[in-house]
Design a protein. Structure first.
Length: 359
């Protein structure tokens, strides 16, 4: 719906961004990449996103990025990565492992350098080699086994590099006409789902394939820092400085206009306890030119009857006008606007979402 349309960046934006994900049998993302094609500069970008990077899922709080596919909101991964990186993401495309397998087979297989033996546990405690290391042509099933493989004591970045090799090889094998690619994607049926029409996904893929063929594509992993979790599970936090530099270099065209303005950061705190409520507020705030910051549950939550409160930090006419604009964007009465007794530090305006908010 128009309400959920991404905030438009600079006028005349020519870069299109697409989040590509492969989900496993559990429904979580095993591989993710933010890809972009710029039709004016004929340049592409691929940013591989570790599933274990912690992001704020609007309305659901902090979780590993790969898990955002499981919350039941199709836009959740896109919104999470958009907020994490500070870029507009135009659409998302999710393939099941069967979908990736079928796609590889439809393009005639892929030739890649397999860096390690891809193994799985065999009978009686043995180890079975599924794909042996070496330069070779892989059919769909083996390409998927390689693209989703993570060996013991390996970092997630290695699995992403394998997915990248398969994805790049698929791009190179795609038909050069967007209409033919669109037909290919439609033919995958329910194993492929997208928030954009197949024709638009096809246009991005064909554009990116052309950029890659001309060696005008940047290829990188989202900069992250390892978090100490106290166990064997990987968890990462975003390296904000390195990510800001990456965005400036590769996605400047896709930084939403509201990120370029100061004084418009709105933090949402949930008083009523309804899960997922943050996603609807995010879309409305972005649409009205504000920057959404996910907050925690408000103290005293759940309180089913508490009215909403829009907290502003000052009493100038500009402060009041901004508070009123936030209330209006969220469909709240301007009588919900109050001057905060404590300084509002983390954001410019804090909204305690209450019973009078209608998602």
């Amino acid at each position: 719906s128009a309400k959920n349309a991404p905030a438009v960046a600079a006028a005349g934006r020519t870069q299109t961004t697409l989040l590509v994900q492969v989900k496993d049998a559990t429904g979580a993302a095993v591989d993710s990449a933010l890809v972009a094609h710029d039709s004016a500069t004929h340049s592409g970008a691929v940013v591989l996103v570790p599933s274990a990077v912690i992001g704020q899922v609007p309305g659901f709080g902090p979780m590993a990025f790969g898990q955002a596919l499981l919350v039941g909101q199709p836009n959740a991964p896109r919104a999470t990565l958009s907020d994490l990186m500070g870029v507009t993401i135009d659409g998302s495309w999710v393939l099941t492992t069967q979908g990736l397998q079928a796609l590889v087979d439809k393009v005639g297989g892929v030739t890649i350098d397999v860096d390690v033996d891809v193994t799985r546990p065999g009978a009686n405690g043995t180890t079975e080699i599924v794909v042996a290391a070496g330069h070779q042509k892989l059919a769909g099933a083996n390409a998927v086994a390689f693209a989703t493989y993570l060996g013991t004591n390996e970092t997630e970045q290695l699995r992403l590099a394998r997915f990248d090799a398969v994805f790049s090889a698929v791009l190179a094998q795609l038909p050069k006409q967007p209409a033919a690619v669109s037909q290919l994607l439609t033919g995958l049926g329910s194993a492929s789902s997208s928030s954009m029409p197949a024709a638009k996904v096809a246009a991005v893929l064909v554009g990116l394939a052309a950029d890659s063929a001309e060696n005008s594509t940047s290829d990188t992993v989202l900069p992250v820092n390892k978090l100490e979790t106290g166990d064997t599970t990987d968890a990462f936090s975003l390296d904000t400085t390195a990510t800001a530099a990456l965005v400036k270099q590769q996605f400047a065209d896709s930084v939403p206009a509201n990120k370029l303005v100061s004084g418009n950061r709105v933090m949402i705190e949930n008083q009523v306890g309804t899960p997922g409520i943050g996603e609807t507020t995010r879309a409305r705030l972005l649409h009205a030119g504000f920057t959404y910051l996910p907050g925690q549950n408000a103290p005293g939550m759940p309180n089913a009857t508490a009215p909403s409160v829009v907290l502003i930090s000052g009493t100038t006419s500009a402060d009041i006008a901004k508070g009123n604009a936030v209330a209006t964007a969220l469909g709240l009465p301007t009588s919900d606007v109050r001057v905060s007794q404590e300084p509002v530090r983390v954001a410019d305006i804090v909204v305690l979402l209450g019973a009078d908010y209608k998602p």
